[in-house]
Design a protein around this ligand. Structure first.
Ligand code: MN
Ligand code: MN
Length: 297
C-alpha cells in the first residue's frame, strides 16, 4: 500500500469529479465528456484507471463513449459520471450523478445520504454486511430501492475489483470485515420504487480488459495485445483509447479477435431490470488503526 499515491489519485479524482458536477452537460456528447474528464486527469499528472463511465438513465454502469459516439446529453437525462484515477497503479474510484430535472433530486439525495452513512461506518473491523445494511435502510427511508446486485469493492494496485464486495443491501453471511490499510470503493446505486432493484447485462459492450497475455500467433492481434499490456496492464480500457494507432474499423476488428480468443474480456453495460432510472454515488476509503481516510472527499 502506498498512501501517498492513493492520496494523490484521490485528490485528482475529487477535483475532476467536482468540475464535472458543476458543469451543465446538456447538449454535450458523451464522447466530449469522456475526453474532457480524461484529459483533466492527465493534465494533473495522473492517469485514468478505467475509461470514464458515462451511463445514462436506466443504464447503471459500464457505458463509455465509442470512438465517434454521437450520443448527446438531453434535458431530463440522468447521467452517472464514474471516474477512476491511478498513480503508479494505486486507484481512486469515485462517481457523481448529474441531472437538471428536479424530479430526480430525491433519488440523488438518497444515494448521497446512503454513501455518507456508509463512509461514516467504514472503519477497520467494520463488517461489510453492516455497511450494506446501512445503505439499504437509508435508501429505503427515502422511499427508493437499492440495486441489490451491484456492490462496492476492494481495490489493489492495478486491480479495480480486487475480490471483496461491499454490498448495497443487508446480506446474510457477508462475513468479511474491512481491514486497515486496504482501499475500498463504496458505491450505492438507487432506483425508484417501480424499479426491479436488479441490473442485467445489456448487449452493448465498450469497456475491455486483458485476461491473458498468451500469444495467439496472429501478428496483428498479438501486437495489439502487447500494446494494451504496455499501456494499461490489467486495467480496463476502451477502443477509443487505441485510435492513435488504429482506425475505428480496423481496431474493432482486431479487438474482436482478442475477445473471441479470450485474451481480452468485455464488460457489458448493466441495465435496470424494469428500465427505471438509476443514480449512483461513490467514494474510495482507506481505513487505518486510528480512523478512515476518504481519499476522494
Ligand atoms: Mn466507480
Ligand atoms: Mn467502483
Amino acid at each position: 500500500m502506498n498512501l501517498d499515491s492513493y492520496l494523490k489519485a484521490g485528490k485528482v479524482a475529487s477535483d475532476v469529479r467536482e468540475a464535472a458536477r458543476r458543469k451543465n452537460h446538456i447538449g454535450s456528447s458523451l464522447l466530449e465528456i469522456c475526453q474532457n474528464v480524461e484529459s483533466q486527469i492527465k493534465e494533473r499528472n495522473a492517469a485514468p484507471a478505467f475509461p470514464v463511465n458515462v451511463s445514462l438513465n436506466e443504464i447503471a454502469a459500464h457505458y463509455t463513449a465509442e470512438p465517434n459516439d454521437p450520443t448527446l446529453v438531453k434535458e431530463g437525462d440522468v447521467l452517472k459520471i464514474d471516474i477512476g484515477v491511478h498513480v503508479d497503479g494505486y486507484i481512486a474510484d469515485t462517481a457523481v450523478t448529474v441531472c437538471y430535472e428536479p424530479k430526480y433530486d430525491p433519488l440523488i439525495r438518497a444515494a448521497e445520504a446512503a454513501l455518507g452513512e456508509a463512509v461514516r461506518l467504514a472503519r477497520a473491523n467494520t463488517k461489510a454486511g453492516d455497511i450494506g445494511k446501512t445503505i439499504e435502510s437509508t435508501i429505503t427511508k427515502y422511499g427508493f430501492k437499492p440495486i441489490q446486485n451491484l456492490s462496492g469493492h476492494s481495490l489493489q494496485q492495478y486491480t479495480v475489483h480486487a475480490g471483496k464486495s461491499i454490498p448495497n443491501i443487508w446480506t446474510r453471511g457477508s462475513s468479511f470485515s474491512l481491514i486497515a490499510n486496504e482501499a475500498y470503493a463504496i458505491e450505492p446505486f438507487v432506483t425508484t420504487r417501480e424499479g426491479q432493484g436488479v441490473v442485467y447485462e445489456g448487449k452493448v459492450r465498450n469497456i475491455f480488459g486483458i485476461s491473458s497475455r498468451k500469444p495467439i500467433k496472429d501478428k496483428e492481434a498479438d501486437d495489439m495485445l502487447e500494446m494494451i499490456w504496455n499501456r494499461y496492464r490489467t486495467l480496463p480500457f476502451a477502443l477509443r483509447w487505441l485510435m492513435d494507432k488504429y482506425d475505428e474499423k480496423e481496431g474493432r476488428r482486431i479487438l474482436e479477435i482478442l475477445v473471441k480468443k479470450k485474451n481480452v474480456h468485455a464488460y457489458p453495460i448493466l441495465v435496470e431490470g424494469q428500465g427505471k432510472t438509476v443514480v449512483q454515488a461513490e467514494h474510495t476509503v482507506i481505513p487505518s488503526e486510528s480512523g478512515t481516510t476518504v481519499i476522494t472527499i
